[in-house]
Design a protein around this ligand. Structure first.
Ligand code: NMX
Ligand code: MLT
Length: 441
């Protein structure tokens, strides 16, 4: 653990010094102009954040410290006999910056195992909720219950020197990531498996142990979890869960409070909840059409019906991407390798052929291609995880890796409170008439 922390500190010191110099020399350089429409329309295209862990290209998709998903599938360490990357490796890459060795990854697995204890009051808090409570709500409440363990919060209350914020943040991030699989598995087993809980297996990696605690021992499912936890981990800094975590963290709210905020954002249907919406939509389509494998023509009609009801087609479109999401492609490759004959998986592929031309024909959808959520559910159903309300929790466990690594960087680089300026339409009207100025012009 000490070694990871020391390497992180050394790396952030170097980058921190570079940023200082860079701002000294180029701090007044403009990187874009803001149009009025962008202010009203979700700040699309406004560059306003720094997030060191990953970068999204509209056409190429996500790169983690410069590496694409197919590259990481080759270069990151795997479990013995496995072929999918271990998410521990991705975390080290995002946190420190270089490709880790197998020994480093194994060491992190052990560190997280040692830090994975979840206090009883967290389970008691979950138990106090009605069983019908959505798993994402249970997840967020459990994270809030875990906040009693925050070292940052305790140390800050005791008078923490600014220069030590990063270390308490780092310790909280490690503890929280280590504990999340146990919390998530507890919610799953409580809600769907009669409360028959499964103890952790200390011989397994972080994602493998998560699969085990969920109750899935199939090696195929464990491999899926390794891939799933890797590809959902980060999507640069502007997506709702990453941005919310960063924003709340900028108030020096501790990592538990900040991550819970991010997870509340992930629980929205336009963000992470889309993974449950996709499979629900496909199940409803199959039910209505009374077939396991609808034809492309039938899918086309069903998509048109969805749109005519004023709904979005879940799993399609993106605020930044303008091509098929490489995370969709990685899952499609997994499906081709492990379950090419599965009718649900084939349906996902048929939907992929049917939807883009229809969305294109609307003329307003900027990206008609599938995102990560269009595929994930069908792979999970294949291994028997049919409880789709739970899917966003899986996304959330994975997302902790990126947003908490980023939060460590935020504190190490001493990023300030985030506080953009807002305006009113009344001010805009006066500004357009030349009667008032907009601050910052
Ligand atoms: N189905 C129907 N209409 C769509 C879709 C879609 N999949 N995607 C975009 N549009 C509409 C959008 O609602 C908007 O319509 P209007 O002007 O009537 O309000 C118009 O197209 C322009 O939107 P865009 O600029 O293309 O998309 P935006 O950046 O605003 O939103 C999403 C991005 C992801 C919110 C949007 O594409 C969407 O709602 N997709 C479906 C939900 C989904 O899959 N979300 C998961 C995203 C990935 N994740 O995990 O977070
Ligand atoms: C994500 O993974 O966060 C989503 O693709 C949404 C986004 O990037 O805006």
């Amino acid at each position: 653990m000490g070694e990871i922390k020391d390497r992180f500190k050394a790396e952030t010191d170097i980058v921190g010094a570079e940023i200082k110099q860079l701002l000294k020399e180029h701090g007044t350089k403009k990187i874009g102009e803001v149009q009025l429409s962008q202010v009203y329309q979700g700040m699309r295209g406004i560059t306003g954040l720094v997030s060191e862990t990953s970068l999204l290209d509209a056409n190429d998709g996500i790169r983690f410290r410069g590496y694409s998903i197919p590259e990481l599938q080759v270069k990151l360490p795997k479990s013995e006999g496995g072929s999918e990357p271990l998410p521990e490796g991705l975390f080290l890459l995002m946190l420190i910056g270089g490709l880790p060795t197998s020994d480093e990854v194994q060491n992190l697995t052990s560190v997280w195992q040692r830090r994975s204890h979840v206090p009883n009051h967290v389970f008691a808090t979950i138990e106090a909720l009605p069983i019908a409570t959505h798993p994402m709500t249970q997840f967020v409440i459990a994270i809030m219950a875990l906040q009693t363990e925050s070292q940052f919060s305790r140390k800050y209350a005791g008078g923490l020197n600014k220069k030590d914020y990063w270390e308490a943040t780092f310790d909280d991030a490690m503890d929280l990531i280590a504990r999340l699989p146990r919390v998530a598995a507890y919610i799953y087993r409580r809600k769907y498996k009669n409360g028959e809980h499964i103890q952790p297996n200390g011989l397994l990696d972080w994602a493998g142990n998560f699969a085990h605690m969920l109750g899935y021992e199939d090696e195929g499912f464990m491999e899926l979890m390794r891939l799933y936890m890797t590809i959902h981990a980060d999507h640069e800094g502007g997506n709702v869960s990453a941005h919310a975590t960063h924003l709340v963290g900028s108030a020096l709210s501790d990592p538990y409070l900040s991550f819970a905020a991010g997870m509340n954002g992930l629980a929205g249907p336009l963000h992470g909840l889309a993974n449950q919406e996709v499979i629900k939509w496909i199940f409803e389509m199959r039910e209505e059409l009374k077939t396991e494998l609808p034809t492309k023509e039938q899918i086309t009609e069903y998509v048109k019906k969805t749109l005519s009801e004023g709904k979005v087609v879940p799993g399609y479109g993106h605020a930044v991407l303008r091509k098929t999401d490489p995370r969709f492609t990685a899952q499609m490759e997994f499906g081709k390798k492990h379950m090419p004959e599965d009718p649900l998986v084939q349906t996902v592929w048929n939907v992929y052929e049917a939807v883009p031309p229809i969305l294109k024909s609307l003329g307003k959808v900027k990206n008609p291609w599938p995102n990560v959520d269009a595929h994930s559910g069908a792979l999970l159903v294949h291994y028997g995880m049919v409880e789709y309300d739970f899917y966003t929790v899986l996304f959330g466990v994975s997302r902790s890796l990126g947003v908490l690594a980023s939060l460590c960087w935020d504190r190490a680089l001493s990023f300030p409170l985030e506080r953009p300026k807002s305006i009113t339409t009344d001010l805009v009207k006066k500004w357009l008439k030349g009667e008032e100025e907009i601050w910052g012009e």
